[in-house]
Design a protein around this ligand. Sequence first.
Ligand code: FAD
Length: 377
Amino acid sequence: MTSTSRPRIAVVGGSITGPVTALLLLHAGFDDVTVYEAAPASAPLGGGLIGLEHPALDVLDRLDIPQHEFVAHDSEAIVQMTIRDRHPAETIRRTYPGRNTTWTLLHQALTRRLPAGVLHTGMKVTALAEQTGQPELWFRDGHTEAADLVVFADGRSSTGRRLLDPDRNLRYAGYVAHRGIADTTPEPGLRDFLRLQPCPGAQFNLAPVPGGCDWTFYLNCTSSEYAQRFGADPTRRVFALPRHVGPAARTHVDTHADLLLPADHAAVVHATTTRMAVPVLDITPPQRMVWPVGAGQAVLLGDALAPVRPHTARGANNGIEQAAGLAAALTQHRKYAADLTAALHGWQRRHLPAAVAAVHRGPAIGHQLGLGTQTAQ
Ligand SMILES: Cc1cc2nc3c(=O)[nH]c(=O)nc-3n(C[C@H](O)[C@H](O)[C@H](O)COP(=O)(O)OP(=O)(O)OC[C@H]3O[C@@H](n4cnc5c(N)ncnc54)[C@H](O)[C@@H]3O)c2cc1C
């Protein structure tokens, strides 16, 4: 990848971090950018509420994505309630320095802006090799593609991380984020993000989304209970999709809602047909983001670099901020012949501390809430 060439950039992962990276690079004038996404185009869209802070919102602004396209309710309020005997006992109101979106709204806003031919779905990357001094991606269907720069934005169980940084394994943290999208809300006209704290070992979050509300119910759960309820170990089934949520998992969540939540919130849980679950995972903090592959480079970003606990509300924020930093470093290289290796290492030096801090912050928050059993190393 020299400053005079037309670098081939392969982005692995077409969820949030990958499309943001591709759009930023296209806007910066890189014109050979391809996004490879393992899921087929017909895969059902799922995924709930995501809070984005101002730096990430500003990146989306610079991509000319109007905020109303992905922010359905523009409240900045977080209403935190301590619950006793299923009734609110104490309420604290905070202001969030950002806005809430949903994975679905954001993913659609991003991917509809990718020019035709950039996003290739149904393309699962299985390996990265050095071929005649350049990185080469291998796909499940036997296909190969050469690139000068490979950007792995392939999420929690990243193939890129397994290949580039194989000693950093995922560890189950001992609790589950049960999620649902309901077509009702506990109160009409709800605009704010609600956080209900009934007792140690449980937290319930709820916020309005188009057509109803999105809730997340954190409950402790052993690894074997997870496997019984969702059909595989938590480090293997890192997302339990609606088809994996059987009657036992539903009953477990409904029972806890009846025991711990105010009646109107428990009713929303009961009425929710579409449910998912996400096991909370920890990972050894990353020490690097960039690897040379022959004369080319490979980088990890977003959840591929470091999935962080949802309470930190930093996963998507980190991915978007890292993508913007990467696009800036590559632009300096292309426009002004900045040394590429130095530019990438400067990028790493700026973004690694925030990723490491979020990895550490997750277990500290979990501990305060009585959730989970393990700590990050
Ligand atoms: C309950 C909950 C609440 C959250 N709340 C927040 C919040 O408030 N704020 C926040 O910032 N973050 C939040 N997050 C985290 C946020 O959702 C993630 O950090 C974010 O979705 C990560 O995006 P990503 O694009 O890096 O990875 P992912 O969304 O995991 O996407 C990875 C993509 O890569 C694809 N892929 C995987 N392997 C391959 C392969 N081998 N080849 C090709 N493609 C592949 C996958 O199919 C997927 O589309 C929350 C998470 C949860 C579970």
